[in-house]
Write a protein that binds this ligand. Structure first.
Ligand code: GRF
Length: 207
């Protein structure tokens, strides 16, 4: 897993993976920041951690190559981005094609980029949520595996809405990981199939 900060989605995956019949295991957590609180969560769970600080590298390509080496050395099969705040270059993304997933705090294709909750409120949408998707070269794009949605409620501000979305993130990411690890996800050129049916899986929370 690649993180940069808080690591609440990492925690959700740690918790999910600790269930006896969960089909995946977290073998390495890499942060590009040494002060990411998520590193402590991994440490508490006994998961090996590494800090690969982007500042230590002269270029993005050199940073990406160091990441790639760490993941390859650890025999990683799937890379999960969770609040990883560096943009990965095209060579890294190509090397991990269909083996690199991300969680984004909006119902893509709505609101790619930053400040998604404030932008959702400003746009007046009735539902908002999160998306777990395979990573492609275009940021916040790629085949969608799971979307979790929540209502936008009267009196919401960005923080309240973010907390409601985060709760569904913590369900959507383990679900997406389970579906992939169980071999139930097929990425086709123009869409995704889950259990042989067109995806994505939707988790719609009532309130
Ligand atoms: C989450 O909202 C995630 O959707 C976004 O960054 C945030 C990371 O939070 N990509 P955390 O570090 O998992 O708590």
């Amino acid at each position: 897993m690649l993180i940069s900060g808080r690591g609440s989605n990492l925690q959700a995956l740690i918790t999910a993976c600790s269930a006896p019949n969960f089909p995946a295991e977290i073998v390495l957590v890499v942060s590009n920041r040494g002060d990411a609180p998520g590193l402590e969560r991994a440490g508490r769970a006994g998961i090996p951690t590494r800090v690969i600080a982007h500042r230590d590298f002269a270029s993005r390509d050199a940073f990406d190559a160091a990441l790639d080496q760490a993941l390859t050395d650890a025999r990683i099969e799937l890379v999960c981005l969770a609040g990883f705040m560096r943009i990965l270059g095209p060579a890294f993304i190509a090397a991990w094609h269909d083996k690199l997933i991300n969680i984004h705090p909006s119902l893509l294709p709505q609101f790619p980029g930053l400040d998604t909750h404030a932008r959702a409120l400003a746009a007046g949408v009735k539902r908002h949520g999160c998306t777990v998707h395979f990573v492609r070269a275009e940021v916040d794009n790629g085949p969608i595996i799971v979307q979790g949605s929540v209502p936008v409620l009267p009196g919401d501000d960005a923080d309240k809405l973010a907390a409601r979305v985060l709760a569904v993130e913590h369900r959507a990411y383990p679900l997406a990981l389970r579906l992939i690890a169980e071999g139930r996800v097929r990425v086709l050129p123009d869409h995704i199939e889950i259990d042989g049916r067109p995806g994505p899986v939707r988790l719609d929370v009532a309130a």
